[in-house]
Design a protein around this ligand. Structure first.
Ligand SMILES: Cc1ncc(COP(=O)(O)O)c(C=O)c1O
Length: 406
């Protein structure tokens, strides 16, 4: 099969021309100009390292936080720049104190690395992890709300909620969840790894206790750029994973939170420094800026999902409004591949080796199934989903598949 075309905006990226890249969701992809921008920051650093770290870095970090704050509708001082969402989640969980019997609530669709962090911390403090099972396929956001809220007890102190779930690609009704959970005194740790650039975020209005999001996914910033937002009244509770000079540095006119997070040892700041240029550059690729980009990617992924569903003769597992820019479908032999999450699914390899398609395929324990997840970013074209649908139709006995899921 001839490789499908990409969109006219793919010229901004340097993606492998032999690859049909339908997995923006895992690690993002950074435009060429932004990779050059990052190199400029590296050059500036290495031209005079002492000047960079001692005189300039704080100002650049402030610029990055200001650019993020404008997009996130929040106070720049409530943001800390971290390397990735996993670090953001760990920063919160490992700062907080729990009591024996406290309950930490988490849906079964949570990202495994973050779930691991919850289990680690719960074990350390003698807290209980309460897992709520959200069905998939699912009929409406109300099912999520009802299921999560039914898991709350008098002992629930924290809930980790995704903006968009990783294995099932569900856009959670996180705004309502945050409102209802926080109103009950349950602090929400919002895992918005798929957040900024994928779904509109107004953090002050949202009111979540803690929010972390990757910049290297949906705004296409360089790898290792993410933020943690901590609500102002909770900042005294949260410390970086790495304790450094900030703990004792004279306060001056700033906060301990700022001091502690602004210096966590010598590290590569080039990705974080590239955030303002990224927001500006990618945001200007489409008329209408970021809201238009999010809508465009949503529309493309819905179209892609429809193309595959139609080709395989299956129903979409959730309504369109529970999708942002990634979409998951269940595959044949969903229940009995027996392949653990960390082992590659043979279909992933077939799609990659035989068709040149990069798309995740995995088995998930709960909700149990074998899933494929497509992404849509500005460089994608609907032809790519037709191509994937043809490949899937070739690899599966469609009639048998349809009988199984009927
Ligand atoms: C929901 C969710 N949380 C956390 C992460 C972790 O992101 P990172 O590896 O950048 O820390 C991911 C990555 O895909 C994710 O999907």
């Amino acid at each position: 099969m001839a490789l499908p075309q990409r969109s006219h905006l793919a010229k901004h990226w340097n993606l492998d021309p032999e690859c049909v890249f339908l997995n923006h969701g895992s690690f993002g992809a950074t435009p060429v100009k932004i990779r050059e921008e990052q190199q400029k920051w590296n050059d500036l650093l290495e031209d005079e390292p002492v000047r960079f770290y001692e005189d300039l870095a704080m100002g650049f970090m402030e610029d990055a936080r200001n650019a993020l704050a404008e997009m996130l509708h929040c106070n720049a001082d409530d943001l800390a720049l971290v390397e990735n969402a996993t670090s953001g989640v760990n920063t919160v969980l490992r700062s907080l104190k729990f009591h024996q019997g406290d309950e930490i609530l988490v849906p079964d669709h949570a990202y495994q690395a973050c779930r691991n962090a919850i289990d680690f911390v719960a074990q350390r403090w003698g807290a209980t992890v309460v897992t709520v099972n959200i069905p998939f396929p699912i009929e409406s956001p109300q099912v999520v709300l009802d299921t999560v809220m039914a898991g709350v007890s008098k002992r629930t102190v924290l809930a980790m909620i995704d903006t968009v779930t990783s294995p099932t690609g569900l856009r959670m009704p996180f705004e309502q969840l945050v409102e209802q959970l926080e109103a009950k005194g349950v602090a929400v740790l919002l895992d918005a790894a798929h957040g900024i650039g994928m779904v509109p975020l107004s953090l002050d209005a949202l009111g979540a206790s803690y929010t972390t999001s990757n910049c290297h996914k949906w705004i296409c910033a360089p790898k290792g750029s993410a933020f943690l937002h901590v609500r102002n009244d909770l900042q005294h509770l949260i410390h970086p994973l790495t304790i450094s000079h900030g703990m004792t540095f004279p306060l001056g006119d700033t906060t301990r939170f700022r001091h502690e997070f602004d210096w966590t040892g010598t590290r590569d700041l080039s990705a974080a420094c590239s955030i303002p240029a990224t927001i500006d550059y990618v945001g200007n690729m489409v008329e209408g800026g970021w809201p238009a980009i999010m809508q465009h990617n949503h529309d493309v992924v819905i179209e892609g999902r429809n193309i595959i569903c139609e080709r395989l003769g299956i129903e979409a597992p959730c309504p369109d409004d529970m999708i942002a820019c990634i979409a998951t479908l269940e595959l044949p032999e969903g229940e009995d591949t027996g392949i653990p999450l960390h082992e590659p699914d043979p279909l992933h390899k077939v799609l990659q080796d035989k068709y040149g398609i990069q798309v995740p395929v995995w088995s998930w324990e709960s909700p149990k199934g074998r899933y494929i997840r497509i992404s849509a970013q500005l460089y994608n074209h609907v032809d790519e989903y037709h191509y994937l649908a043809d490949a899937l139709a070739t690899e599966f006995d469609i009639e048998q598949y349809q009988e199984r899921i009927a």
